[in-house]
Design a binder for this molecule. Structure first.
Ligand code: HEM
Length: 447
C-alpha cells in the first residue's frame, strides 16, 4: 500500500473540517503544493482526497468514470432536486440523459438565440435608463439567466427576474453548502431551527413556481417541443416514461443547474471587463464588425464572435462557477501509484487546476488570447463544465446565452466598480462575488 501524503495542520478531532467549511478552495490550493494526490484529514465517514494532476482527473471523470459515483454532497442536493439528472445514478440517470439530450442539441439551441438576445436587450434598455446608478450586477445576472432558462426550457414569459425565486435559490444554496461539511446527523435537518425553517420556506417557493409552470403547460392545447414539452410527452410512456415527480425533479434541476452557474460566469465577466477596458473595447469592435448596424445577433453571428467567446472562457478559467465538485470511489483504485480505498471522496477543483502555473503561465493574469487560435488547453487543465459521460449537458446552452448577453449588452452599457476594494470570491455551490457586485452603470454613447 502506498499512502498519499496527508495534509498537516488539522485540528484535534476536527481535522480540516472547519477550514473546509470556511473556504474549501483555499484548502485544496494548499494541498496542491504537497503532491498530485493528497489526503485531507476530516473526521467524516469517508477519507477525502484532492487531485491536482490533469491525468488523474481524466481517469476519474472519463477513463474509469463507472467507478466514480454521486456522493453525500449530491444526496444533500436531493433535498431540493430529488432524482433529477444531476443527482440520479445508474439506469435512471441514463434514461433521463438520453431523453433530454435532444433538447440540448446545437440546432435546438440556435432557436433559443432570439429569446436569449431578447432578454439581454430588455436588460440593456433598463440599464441605459438607470445610467449613473449603482446596481448589484450579480443579482441582475441571476435575474437575466433565470428569465432565459424559464423562457427557453419552459416557454415562460416573465421579464426582469423574480426576486422571490432568486432569493429562494440563494437561501437553498446557503443551506445545502452549510450542511455539507456539518457533522450533525441527518435528522437535525428536520428540526425547526431558523435556518431549517428558512430553507423549507425557500423550497416551497421554488416548488410552487415549478408547479405553476407545469400546470399552465398541462392546461395548454399543445405540450410544446421545448424541454418541458419533451418531459411531459414522455410521461406515461411505459417503462421508458417519467412520472409527475420526475417531471418536477427534472424541471427543478434544469432551473437551478442552468441559471446560477451562467449567472456566476457572467458576473465575473463583467467584473473582469471593468478591470480591463481594453478587452471590453476589443469585444465592442468585434461585435460591430460582425453585426454591423444590427443590435440583435443571429446564431450565425455568435459563431463568429471568437474573441468574445475567448473572454468568457478566460473568465471561467479564473472564476469557474463550479469551483470544485466531488466523486465517490465505489471500488478501490490506484492513482499516481497511491491506493484509493473504496468509499473515498475525491475532490476535483477547476479553480485549483485552472490557476496552476504548470499549465497556465502567469496564471493570475486575465488574458482571453489564451483561448484564441489553434492551441487548445491540454486535456483536463481546463474543465469548468466537468468532463466524461457526466459532463454538463447545458454546456452549449450556457455558452450561447452568455455570448448573446455580451454581444447585446457590451456595445450599449458599461458597468464600473465604485471603488478599488477587491472583489473576493465566495463559494456556496457556485462561486459568486462575496456580498454581490455593486457597480455603477454607464451608457456607451459612441455607438
Ligand atoms: C456557465 C455555466 C455552467 C457551468 C460552469 C456548469 C458546470 C457544470 C458542472 C461542473 C457539472 C458537473 C457536476 C457534477 O458532476 O457534480 C454540470 C452538470 C450539469 N449541468 Fe451544468 N453548468 C453550466 C450551465 C448549465 C446549464 C445552462 C444547464 C441547463 C440548461 C446545466 C445543466 C446541467 C445538468 C443537468 C448537469 C448534470 C449532468 C449529468 O450528471 O448528467 N448546466 N454542470
Amino acid at each position: 500500500m502506498t499512502q498519499p501524503p496527508t495534509m498537516p495542520g488539522g485540528l484535534p478531532f476536527l481535522g480540516k473540517l472547519p477550514a473546509l467549511a470556511r473556504n474549501p478552495l483555499a484548502v485544496f490550493e494548499q494541498a496542491r503544493s504537497l503532491g498530485d494526490v493528497v489526503r485531507i484529514p476530516v473526521p467524516l465517514r469517508f477519507p477525502l482526497f484532492v487531485l491536482t494532476n490533469p491525468a488523474h482527473i481524466r481517469h476519474v471523470l472519463q477513463e474509469n468514470a463507472a467507478n466514480y459515483r454521486r456522493t453525500p454532497f449530491h444526496d444533500r442536493l436531493k433535498a431540493v432536486l430529488g432524482e433529477g439528472m444531476l443527482t440520479s445514478e445508474g439506469a435512471l440517470w441514463q434514461r433521463q440523459r438520453r431523453l433530454l439530450q435532444p433538447a440540448f442539441r446545437a440546432e435546438r439551441i440556435r432557436r433559443f438565440v432570439r429569446i436569449m438576445a431578447g432578454a439581454a436587450s430588455d436588460l440593456a434598455e433598463r440599464w441605459e435608463a438607470e445610467a449613473g446608478r449603482t446596481i448589484d450586477v450579480s443579482q441582475a445576472m441571476s435575474d437575466l439567466t433565470l428569465d432565459i432558462a424559464v423562457g427557453c426550457m419552459f416557454g415562460g414569459q416573465q421579464r426582469g427576474g423574480d426576486a422571490r425565486i432568486t432569493a429562494a435559490v440563494l437561501e437553498v444554496q446557503d443551506w445545502i453548502s452549510g450542511r455539507f461539511w456539518s457533522l450533525a446527523p441527518e435528522w437535525t435537518e428536520r428540526l425547526p431551527t431558523p435556518a431549517n425553517r428558512r430553507f423549507r420556506h425557500a423550497l416551497s417557493v421554488l416548488d410552487e413556481a415549478i408547479e405553476e409552470i407545469i400546470a399552465k403547460r398541462l392546461a395548454a392545447a399543445e405540450p410544446g417541443d421545448d424541454l418541458l414539452g419533451m418531459l411531459l410527452a414522455a410521461q406515461g410512456d411505459g417503462d421508458r416514461g417519467v412520472d409527475a415527480r420526475q417531471v418536477r425533479d427534472e424541471a427543478m434541476t434544469m432551473i437551478l443547474a442552468g441559471h446560477e452557474t451562467s449567472a456566476a460566469a457572467l458576473s465575473w465577466a463583467w467584473h473582469l471587463l471593468a478591470l480591463h477596458p481594453e478587452v471590453e473595447a476589443r469585444i465592442r469592435d468585434e461585435v460591430a464588425r460582425v453585426l454591423g448596424p444590427r443590435t440583435v445577433p443571429t446564431p450565425g453571428d455568435l459563431a463568429q464572435l471568437a474573441y468574445t467567446e475567448a473572454t468568457l472562457q478566460e473568465a471561467m478559467r479564473l472564476y469557474p462557477p463550479a469551483g470544485w465538485f466531488p466523486r465517490l470511489a465505489a471500488a478501490p483504485d490506484r492513482l499516481g501509484g497511491h491506493d484509493i480505498p473504496a468509499g473515498s471522496i475525491i475532490a476535483l477543483s477547476p479553480w485549483v487546476v485552472q490557476r496552476d502555473a504548470r499549465f497556465w503561465p502567469d496564471p493570475e493574469r486575465f488574458d482571453p488570447t489564451r483561448f484564441i487560435g489553434e492551441a487548445r488547453p491540454a486535456p483536463y487543465t481546463y474543465f469548468p463544465f466537468s468532463g466524461g459521460p457526466r459532463t454538463c449537458i447545458g454546456n452549449h446552452f450556457a455558452m450561447t446565452e452568455m455570448l448573446a448577453a455580451l454581444a447585446v449588452m457590451v456595445p450599449r452599457v458599461r458597468p464600473r466598480h465604485g471603488s478599488n476594494a477587491p472583489v473576493e470570491p465566495h463559494l456556496q455551490i457556485t462561486l459568486r462575488p462575496a456580498g454581490g457586485l455593486p457597480m455603477r452603470i454607464e451608457r456607451v454613447l459612441d455607438r
